[in-house]
Design a protein around this ligand. Structure first.
Ligand code: SAM
Length: 339
């Protein structure tokens, strides 16, 4: 199996890693832990999910090796997520080492912001390309209701700290069945006041429960147009999971991520690795390659590369197909996948 080369559209790479549907893969999301200090009700059940034993979780040196392999294949962007990445000891030194991996031009993290504030100076020094902060409400009581924890103040301090250090910031807000228009207006107000992108996310079936009810996400773009009649959709230059809108007088933008409707699969440029080292070529699949097994049974880089390339030649056309093939009886927790 070889990497197919086409005329490069990327900023610095002349390698085009293409899947079987000619989608260029440039982006790797690494979930480094399933541990989290929040208990968001759409992500895990109240009683929690059994923690993955430490020895089952990829070690930092294994993760670094995988990043180098993916970089050689044409990946130029890595996002670290979890669980909560700051729950894992050694995360900062790991980030610092990743920054030096040749070919990785864009290094990002997704965090809930609870513990993040104390690390912001180091993150700025590392030269992180962006932070996605998860924040579903600005109301204390509702924050408690959604996350089952009382950390809104810490998250807001992180938000202001990120802004003060000019690290590019996006805020992700999951829209729940009981998210009111007022709440959407309040959250969007952050994009009015600060140069951030506030993205409203459809709730997806990753709650870690045996959900029986069907998810109702409604039509988010119609809802935003009704609430903000002046919004204008911006056209994207690069493949993107989010649709972005501008509003007059806003310093930032607002967006929607339709991960439940799965409307952006045709331009999906990302793959994921779970904390236990399963490669996922779609958020909705069950994992298509056991990378941990390969790493721990002596496979060399070429063998791992070739196994990855082979999976990319069998990639599902979209998340609907992947979900059908996955035949799940219960929803996995997003914390064990890495959102
Ligand atoms: N702990 C970090 C955080 O909170 O940002 C990173 C991991 S978290 C699983 C990543 C993102 O997934 C968060 O923005 C979270 O809101 C989102 N998420 C989790 N479960 C989800 C679900 N069922 N539907 C949509 N988004 C979900």
């Amino acid at each position: 199996m070889t990497i197919r080369h086409t005329k490069s559209t990327g900023p610095n790479s002349d390698i085009n890693l293409l899947d079987n549907h000619d989608r260029r893969i440039t982006y790797l999301r690494l979930s480094i832990t399933d541990r989290c200090n929040l208990r968001c009700r759409y992500c895990r059940p109240e009683e929690g999910v059994p923690f993955i034993p430490h020895e089952e979780i990829l070690r930092f040196e294994e993760l670094e090796r995988l990043v180098s392999i993916f970089s050689a294949l044409g990946i130029n962007k890595v996002r670290l997520t979890g669980g909560e990445p700051f729950s894992r000891r050694g995360f900062l030194p790991f980030l610092t080492r990743l920054r030096k991996v040749e070919g990785i031009q864009y290094l990002h993290i997704t965090t809930n912001g609870v513990k993040t504030k104390r690390y912001l100076d180091e993150l700025a020094t590392i030269g992180l390309n962006g932070i996605n902060l998860s924040l579903d409400t600005l109301d204390h009581k509702r924050f408690w209701k959604i996350t089952r924890r009382d950390y809104l103040k810490a998250v807001l301090q992180t938000m202001h700290g990120v802004l003060a250090r000019n690290i590019p910031l996006k805020i992700n807000s999951v829209v729940l069945k009981d998210t009111s228009d007022d709440e959407i207006i309040q959250l969007a107000g952050l994009a009015r006041d600060f140069p951030i992108t506030l993205r409203f996310i459809e709730r997806m079936p990753f709650s870690g429960t045996m959900r029986a009810e069907k998810l109702e996400n409604g039509n988010l773009s119609k809802r935003l147009k009704r609430i903000f009649p002046a919004i204008e959709e911006c056209t994207a230059a690069l493949p993107t999971t989010a649709r972005i809108f501008s509003l007059p007088e806003y310093k930032g933008t607002i967006g929607i991520i339709q991960g439940y409707s799965r409307l952006f699969c045709s331009t999906c440029n990302k793959v994921r690795i779970t904390p236990t080292g399963m490669l996922k070529t779609c958020l909705y699949d069950n994992g298509v390659l056991d990378l941990k097994k390969m790493l721990r049974t002596g496979s060399d880089d070429k063998e791992i590369e070739s196994a990855i390339l082979s999976c990319l030649q069998k990639r599902c056309i979209n998340g609907h197909e992947a979900e059908l093939l996955a035949k799940r009886s219960a929803e996995p927790s997003m914390a064990s996948i890495g959102g």
